[in-house]
Write a protein that binds this ligand. Structure first.
Ligand code: NDP
Length: 288
């Protein structure tokens, strides 16, 4: 039986860490506030929005919603992001993606002020991740992987980590964050040859491909730690990860479940970044 790396204790520890910080901000007259910018009514976005609002409320983080029609022109999105940037009572912003096809996503992300980019979507934030800089915030999902590994004391230094998936949301930033912690990282993708044997050779495998239950027992070996980032739906409409949990759990040493694993940590990391952004804004105000 593998150890289950559930998100709940990580979420509880993050909440305990945030409570006195939110309190101190309130004492200074600041309510940490997250703007959620959404275009359209995609079920994924609506579901994440509900979860985020609930988590925010439980932590004392306020949420301001900016909802645009799916067909709204890019100028409308720019105006919403301008409002977010200009409003000093907003500290962080979550822009739901993918954006509708008529919007240039890279250009839209660049409209957000880097100090409010709590999900690592601007080039400035990503540059900090890739250059080991201390400014800005990494993408919340990548940060959640590190948070969970560190919470469960999974050794990283000198360990071989295979990351499957090379998106800017998960695969690339988490690889850089692991390198910074002295892991040896192999980044894999859809053109990787003999992926199964590469995965089997690792100490830690992180699956972030978005393919429901695509990673069966043949990808894993005893003693490994497996992080399943995937949030997918199977043919019956049930939520599942990239890993075939039933087949893999008996093989490996430790594994994150889906649901109840990284997804829930990601939401808390988003709130932690918002609180940190509020603290930075307050410090800048007091300093200047
Ligand atoms: P993308 O679609 O942007 O990237 C998928 C990556 O997987 C690509 O690099 C792709 O390779 C790779 N890939 C696809 N097929 C294969 C294959 N057969 N073998 C090896 N690699 C493959 O997805 P995201 O990174 O945005 O998301 C990945 C998953 O994580 C999704 O399920 C998503 O829902 C989930 N997610 C979860 C979050 C959470 O909070 N837990 C937050 C964000 C995402 P290539 O580059 O060659 O095309």
């Amino acid at each position: 039986m593998a150890t289950l790396l559930t998100g709940k204790p990580v979420v509880e520890r993050l909440a305990a860490d945030l409570a006195p910080r939110v309190n101190a901000l309130e004492q200074a007259g600041v309510t940490p506030t997250l703007a959620i910018v959404r275009m359209g009514e995609r079920p994924d976005d609506l579901s994440y929005e509900r979860t985020a609002r609930k988590r925010a409320e439980s932590l004392g983080v306020a949420v301001r919603l900016f909802v645009l029609d799916e067909s709204a022109p890019k100028e409308a999105l720019e105006a919403a992001l301008y409002e977010v940037n200009q409003d000093p009572s907003i500290h962080g912003c979550l822009l739901f993606r993918p954006l509708p096809a008529h919007i240039d996503e890279v250009q839209a992300c660049e409209q957000l002020a880097p100090e409010k980019d709590i999900d690592g979507i601007t080039i400035a934030s990503l540059a900090a991740v890739f250059t080991d800089g201390d400014r800005g915030f990494p993408p919340a999902t990548a940060a959640a992987c590190i948070e969970l590994l560190e919470h469960y004391d999974v050794p990283l230094e000198g360990k071989h980590v295979v990351v499957v998936g090379r998106s800017l949301v998960v695969g690339k930033p988490v690889s850089m964050m692991l390198l910074r912690r002295n892991a040896s990282v192999t980044m894999c993708h859809s053109r990787t040859e003999d992926l199964a044997s590469l995965c089997r050779s690792a100490d830690i495998v992180i699956c972030a491909t978005g393919r429901a239950r695509a990673f069966g027992a043949e990808f894993f070996s005893p003693g490994q730690t497996v992080l399943d980032v995937g949030i997918n739906f199977d043919e019956q409409g049930n939520i599942c990860g990239d890993v075939d949990f039933e087949a893999v759990e008996p093989v490996v040493g430790a594994i994150t479940p889906v649901p109840g694993g990284l997804g829930t940590v990601t939401t808390s990391v988003t709130m932690a970044h918002t609180v940190a952004a509020a603290e930075a804004a307050l410090a800048a105000r007091e300093g200047g």
